[in-house]
Design a protein around this ligand. Structure first.
Ligand code: ADP
Length: 447
């Protein structure tokens, strides 16, 4: 087992990993930028090292600075969290070359599944249902138009290297596809330095359902059931829950088995999330794999009673998955609201600043993952998420009730947050009746 781990991240996920390390008897080394200096969560680490200025490129994305910190602190492994370097295969390779274990998959499978065009090919080999679309990268606009006419409009153009909802464009006819092609290519070039595009049929009114899997280095893999992340704003998840409230047992079983076939095909190890879209007729289609732990992992932890971060560490250390599939039970309903420092009244504009009042909810069935405290400052340099509020109850109705009362207890002042927006969604008739799709917020919450 490792004795010291460096966490190449910040905020709530850094704290989450520090906690897992300590429960495993491992020392945790945090890194921080000048903007995060003095943040209370850093005190929970056994050591904290400044790696540069506020700008992510100069600190949390600065590979030489992070590797130097790891060398100085003499760690055995690095946990990348999510975001920043978590899906950077080059970083995983450098860690390996320096004799430091990267807590995640190896660079090869990360590269393969991180490229959405290649991931589609792997899924196809593993007999996982795919959204109809291009076999590989699109050569040019003419090929896109030909294919769109073959599979039928609407279609969605996506960046092979895409992520975070960027580089995607929907087109309803040849004219809009012509415009979308240039725009998507430019956006992909700018965001990912890779203009490769592919095309898929645009699934109308889908739900987003994803399967959490974990595989060890000997090829044993298990799934931890699904999460439903249909409530999104601009393709960014806002509320997640498990189980998916509209899935029947047979479809759930097929979905989870598909995800396992895919990770076996990719000879993958460590945590992965296999994402799917579910159409109105309950057909599911693979869309992508995330080769890291995800923001919404606590939802799965609450319904399965498993600690996914500890499993990531165990597996990276070369220990076998001692869980068999039948040992993993799904109990009750868990739901997560992402509390972001954003102003819903001003089109969700980021709302950084100092927090003078911070009162965290508690009580039965409530978990709060946050790195903030009264007196903390939400930095304008990073992601606007200030807390994750997660609840667990026997039924969905009870989970919604607990979530609402916990959201009302939460005090984060004077900055604006997504709490009022979450409360509105949770009270919406269509959400309560499970009649939502990924466009729910845009369509029903614009006011
Ligand atoms: P990213 O990696 O940028 O997050 P994804 O491929 O995971 O992109 O897609 C993000 C979201 O975009 C999905 O959850 C869904 O809401 C929407 N989406 C993606 N592909 C399709 C599709 N073929 N049809 C309809 N919606 C889609």
């Amino acid at each position: 087992m490792f004795s010291r781990i460096l966490i190449a991240n910040r905020g709530e996920i850094a704290l989450r990993i520090i906690r897992a390390c300590h429960e495993l008897g491992i020392e945790a080394v945090a890194v921080f930028s000048e903007a995060d200096r003095g943040a209370p969560y850093l005190e929970t680490a056994d050591e904290a090292i400044c790696i540069g200025p506020a700008t992510p490129a100069k600190s949390y994305l600065n590979i030489p600075a992070i590797i130097s910190a790891a060398e100085v602190a003499d760690v055995d492994a690095i946990h990348p969290g999510y975001g920043f370097l978590a899906e950077n295969a080059h970083f995983a390779e450098i860690c390996q070359e320096c004799g430091i274990t990267f807590i995640g998959p190896d660079a090869k499978s990360m590269r393969m599944l991180g490229d959405k065009v290649q991931a589609r090919l792997v899924a196809q080999k593993a007999r996982v249902p795919l959204v109809p679309g291009s076999e590989g990268e699109l050569k040019d606009e003419a090929e896109a138009i030909k294919l769109a006419n073959k599979i039928g409009y609407p279609v969605i153009l996506k960046a092979a290297a895409g992520g975070g909802g960027r580089g995607m464009r929907v087109a309803h006819n040849d004219i809009s596809l012509h415009k979308a092609f240039a725009a998507a290519r430019a956006e992909a070039e700018a965001a990912f330095k890779n203009g490769a595009l592919y095309l898929e049929k645009y699934i109308v009114e889908p739900r987003h359902v994803e399967v959490q899997v974990m595989a060890d280095k000997s090829g044993n893999a298990v799934h931890f059931y699904e999460r439903d992340c249909t409530i999104q704003r601009r393709h960014q998840k806002l509320i997640e829950e498990s189980p998916c409230p509209v899935l029947d047992e047979k479809t759930r079983e097929e979905l989870c088995r598909s995800a396992l076939r895919l990770v076996h095909e990719a000879k993958y190890h460590n945590a992965a999330t296999v994402e799917f879209l579910l159409d109105r007729d309950k057909n599911f289609y693979f869309i992508e794999v995330n080769t890291r732990i995800q923001v919404e992992h606590p939802v799965t932890e609450l319904v399965t009673g498993q600690d996914l971060i500890k499993w990531q560490i165990q597996i990276a250390a070369g220990n076998p998955l001692t869980l068999r599939q039948r040992d993993i039970k799904h109990t009750g309903v868990a739901m997560e609201c992402r509390i972001n420092a954003e102003d819903p009244a001003r089109n969700f504009a980021p709302c950084p600043g100092p927090i003078h009042r911070f009162i965290v909810p508690g009580g039965p069935g409530v978990r709060v993952d946050t790195h903030l405290a009264q007196g903390s400052v939400v930095s304008p340099y990073y992601d606007s998420m200030v807390a994750k509020l997660i609840v667990h109850q026997p039924t969905r109705e009870q989970a919604i009730a607990t979530m609402k009362r916990a959201l009302r207890e939460f005090r984060i002042e004077p900055i604006k947050t997504t709490i009022p927006a979450c409360l509105k969604i949770l009270s919406h008739n269509l959400f309560v009746k499970n009649q939502v799709d990924t466009s729910f917020i845009e369509r029903h919450m614009s006011s």
